[in-house]
Design a binder for this molecule. Structure first.
Ligand code: ZN
Length: 234
C-alpha cells in the first residue's frame, strides 16, 4: 500500500507519460512529448507579425507573441490546467524554456537581442490570496524558464506587484474588464526599470486586459519597451 502511494506521488512529480497525449516519454522528454511540443498545436503567428492574429497593441507594447493557439476543451487546456492546479510548478519552468527558444525566431525580439543586458523578464503577478491557495505563480515559473533559455535576468513580484484583488471578469464586457484592471498593478522599484526592455510573461493571452494593464504600469514605471509573450493565445 505504502509503495503504491509512493508510486502515485512519484508519477505526479516526474510523469512518465506525456501530460497531453498520454504516450510514453523518452529520456530527453520532460512532461510533454516531442510531437505535442512541436506539431500538435498550431502556431498562432506563422508570418511572424508584431502580434498574433492581428491583435491591436497599445503604444507601450512593442510586440506580442504566443507559442500555441488555444481552443477550448483541447489538450492544451489540459496541459495548462496541470500547470495551474496540479502543483506542477516545474512544468511551468519547462514550458518557459520552450517559449524562450520559440522567441529566438521572433523578429521583434531579434531587434532587442543586441542589447541583451537591457532586457529583463517579468511574470504577470498573481494576487497574494491566489498565491496562498496555489502555492506558486505559474507566470513566474514560465518567466524563470524563459530567462534560462535566453540567458536573461528574471524579476519577481518585488518589481511589479498586484495592488488590489480584481473581481472575476467572466461576466464583464471588454470595456468593463479594462476598467477593472486599471491601476491593478504597481511597479515597486522603478529604478530597476530605467532603460530596460521588459519581456512580460503569462500563461494564456485572452483579451489582453491583464497583460496590457501590466504593460501600462511598467511603462509608467519607466520601462523603455515591452513585449508580451505567452504559452498560448485564446
Ligand atoms: Zn504528447
Amino acid at each position: 500500500m505504502i509503495k503504491k502511494i509512493f508510486n502515485a506521488f512519484e508519477t505526479l512529480l516526474f510523469p512518465t507519460v506525456c501530460l497531453v497525449c498520454d504516450s510514453r516519454l523518452y529520456d530527453k522528454e520532460q512532461y510533454v512529448c516531442e510531437y505535442c511540443l512541436k506539431r500538435r498545436f498550431p502556431d498562432p503567428n506563422p508570418h511572424k507579425n508584431k502580434s498574433c492574429e492581428g491583435i491591436l497593441l497599445p503604444d507601450q507594447v512593442y510586440f506580442q507573441e504566443a507559442m500555441w493557439k488555444f481552443d477550448q476543451g483541447s489538450s492544451l487546456q489540459k496541459l495548462l490546467h496541470h500547470l495551474k492546479y496540479h502543483g506542477l510548478g516545474a512544468l511551468g519552468i519547462e514550458m518557459g524554456i520552450q517559449l524562450g527558444n520559440h522567441m529566438k525566431n521572433n523578429p521583434g525580439y531579434a531587434l532587442w537581442e543586441e542589447k541583451a543586458e537591457e532586457i529583463i523578464v517579468v511574470g504577470v503577478p498573481l494576487h497574494s490570496k491566489k498565491l496562498r491557495i496555489r502555492g506558486y505563480n505559474q507566470a513566474e515559473k514560465i518567466a524563470i524558464g524563459v530567462g534560462r533559455a535566453l540567458n536573461l535576468s528574471v524579476f519577481d513580484e518585488s518589481l511589479l506587484t498586484r495592488v488590489r484583488f480584481t473581481k472575476t471578469q467572466t461576466r464583464f464586457s471588454h470595456l468593463q474588464r479594462i476598467e477593472n484592471m486599471n491601476e491593478a498593478f504597481l511597479v515597486v522599484e522603478p529604478e530597476l526599470l530605467t532603460n530596460r526592455c521588459v519581456l512580460l510573461v503569462d500563461d494564456v493571452f485572452t483579451t489582453g486586459s491583464t497583460t496590457f494593464a501590466c504593460a501600462s504600469a511598467l511603462q509608467k514605471g519607466g520601462a523603455k519597451q515591452i513585449g508580451i509573450i505567452t504559452l498560448a493565445v485564446a
